[in-house]
Ligand binder design. Structure first.
Ligand SMILES: *Cc1c(COP(=O)(O)O)cnc(C)c1O
Length: 320
């Protein structure tokens, strides 16, 4: 197997992020709940995409890209963080966003602040967005520019390495704290974070099961396996895994990026017990999933459970 440190990676985040016990929430639920603060990755409002972008933008730099293009919903945390990281690396960013949902405020304010060019595409389908990106890249090339394409969420094997790396970080922190995690729980939107953590758990956290809380109705069981396979190939790893390693629970509510009562209650609960912000689109629903599993008795008594906080606070300010 290759060493993770052999891959080109540009240092963008402030890592490692903190990992500690949620004392109040643990007392309240009678369980041992820990948090990995990837909402504090150190660029902009923080969040999981910074870890993926460390590998993706290293590849862009290697390819001497002038311009980074990516896609998402209008309030995409991934698009916003791509703009922030690209600015830091002196690359232009073009964000091609679906013209659906909240079209002002929130992350769109930050996109402007980071100097990104934002283009709205009036469609429900990413196929249309990707076709528009292809056309745009052709135009850029004709002008002598060198575009670099990052798909939705940065969920390609290279991006997943960011979360294999996070699992390695968790393993070191768990050892330093003298705790062993039975489960790690994270929100799943395009699958890369979950795939990276699940593969990373196989490599660095034996005995720890990774659970994903799906916030849209994509089939993450197959998406995650495909991404894990691709990432294992990149790593030249022979670690064995299969469908039994994938545990996905869904917390979609009325739909992707639409607040749910359970998600908003979880946002409020985390804010009021621990003073930590979660968001209505991803981490609130992720926590709601965790609380539901706790209530159902999913986790064995006495086990240590880690919630990986993937960020997203910008969406709290996108109301419309
Ligand atoms: C993108 C995102 C996720 C989901 O990560 P994926 O790798 O796309 O599954 C979770 N939380 C937040 C805040 C995000 O921005």
């Amino acid at each position: 197997m290759k060493n993770l440190d052999d891959f080109k990676r540009v240092s963008l985040g402030v890592l490692p992020t903190p990992l500690y016990k949620l004392e109040h929430l643990s007392r309240e639920t009678g369980r041992n709940l820990y948090i990995k603060r990837d909402d504090l990755t150190g660029v902009s409002l923080g969040g999981n995409k910074v870890r993926k972008l460390e590998f993706l933008l290293a590849d862009a730099l290697e390819n001497q890209a002038t311009t980074v293009l990516t896609a998402g919903g209008p309030q995409s945390n991934h698009a916003m963080l791509t703009a922030a990281c690209a600015a830091r690396l002196k690359m232009q960013s073009i964000l091609m966003l679906k013209k659906r949902g909240v079209l002002e405020g929130g992350n769109l304010i930050l996109d402007q602040l980071y100097g990104a060019e934002v283009e709205f595409i009036d469609t429900d389908s990413y196929d249309d967005v990707y076709a528009a990106m292809e056309a745009r890249m052709e135009k850029l090339r004709a002008k002598g520019l060198n575009p670099y394409f990052i798909p939705v969420g940065g969920s390609v094997p290279l991006g997943c390495l960011g979360y294999v790396n996070c699992a390695r970080e968790i393993a070191a922190q768990a050892e330093a704290l003298g705790v062993k995690f039975g489960h790690i729980v994270s929100s799943t939107g395009s699958g890369g974070t979950y795939a990276g953590l699940t593969l990373g758990a196989k490599l660095y956290l034996p005995g720890t099961q990774s659970v994903g809380i799906g916030v849209c109705d994509d089939p993450f069981e197959t998406i995650a396996l495909d991404l894990m396979q691709g990432t294992a190939v990149l790593l030249e790893s022979e670690v064995s895994f299969g469908p039994k390693d994938i545990k996905i629970h869904y917390q979609i509510g009325p739909g992707y990026a639409q607040p749910s009562p359970e998600g908003m209650a979880a946002v409020q609960r985390l804010a009021r017990t621990e003073g930590i912000l979660a968001d209505p689109v991803y981490t609130g629903k992720g926590l709601a999933g965790l609380f539901q599993l706790l209530e159902e008795g999913y986790f064995p008594e006495g086990e240590n459970i880690l919630f990986v906080h993937t960020g997203g606070a910008g969406a709290l300010f996108a109301v419309g």
